[in-house]
Design a protein around this ligand. Structure first.
Ligand SMILES: [Zn+2]
Length: 194
């Protein structure tokens, strides 16, 4: 069985599992668990012409290589990056794009953070990154971030990627962990369950 996005883009199944999980919170094309999304988050990121198709029962697929951004399996409604108005960082490869967002609350692009770390060499912890770029210091992720959650997890992924490229980059692991903690706090406060 194949799926189509709300505007008719074909979505081919990419997983090879013979017994995929058919629960409503699993992405139908890559069989990975999605994250519950509030209607107000969805409304902020998809194009207004699709507003009538949204409800509080959608999930976000964060995997980079999956075309689906938001899905509702029961209604068979699927949104891809083509139908969103936000550039979804989770679906963009790290560094390749000059305009990849990093923090949607404070409007920080990824290249600014990379510049601070690699050129100015002023950041060796998440706290420094927060101080010098303001990334990961916002409180509006539920509305501004397309995943409805804080950018900490993606930020950590990006920094780990950077460390692999350059041996000289030294960022303290325990301080990086704070980004993930921040994500959890925001999840709790909005009672969005995965
Ligand atoms: Zn997916």
């Amino acid at each position: 069985m194949n799926f189509k996005s709300i505007s008719g883009i074909p979505l081919e199944i990419t997983h090879a599992d013979p017994n995929p999980n058919n629960d409503k919170n699993f992405c139908p094309i890559n069989n990975i668990k999605g994250m519950r999304i509030l209607q107000k988050t969805l409304a902020n990121h998809i194009q207004p012409k699709y507003w009538e198709s949204i409800t509080d029962d959608f999930y976000f697929c964060e995997e980079e290589n999956c075309k689906i951004v938001y899905f509702n399996r029961e209604k068979q409604v699927f949104f891809t990056q083509k139908e969103t108005r936000t550039l979804v960082m989770h679906k963009m490869p790290i560094v390749i794009h000059d305009d990849r967002p990093a923090c949607y609350c404070k409007n920080v692009l990824e290249r600014k953070i990379i510049e601070e770390i690699t050129l100015k060499k002023c950041c060796d912890s998440l706290i420094d990154i927060q101080k010098f770029t303001e990334a990961n210091t916002g409180k509006d992720c539920v509305i501004t971030n397309p995943s409805g959650r804080c950018c900490g997890k993606q930020l950590t992924k990006m920094i780990n990627w950077l460390k692999k490229q350059e041996d000289s980059i030294n960022i303290e692991e325990d301080l990086l962990g704070q980004a993930i903690e921040c994500c959890n706090r925001i999840d709790d406060s909005t009672s969005v369950n995965n």
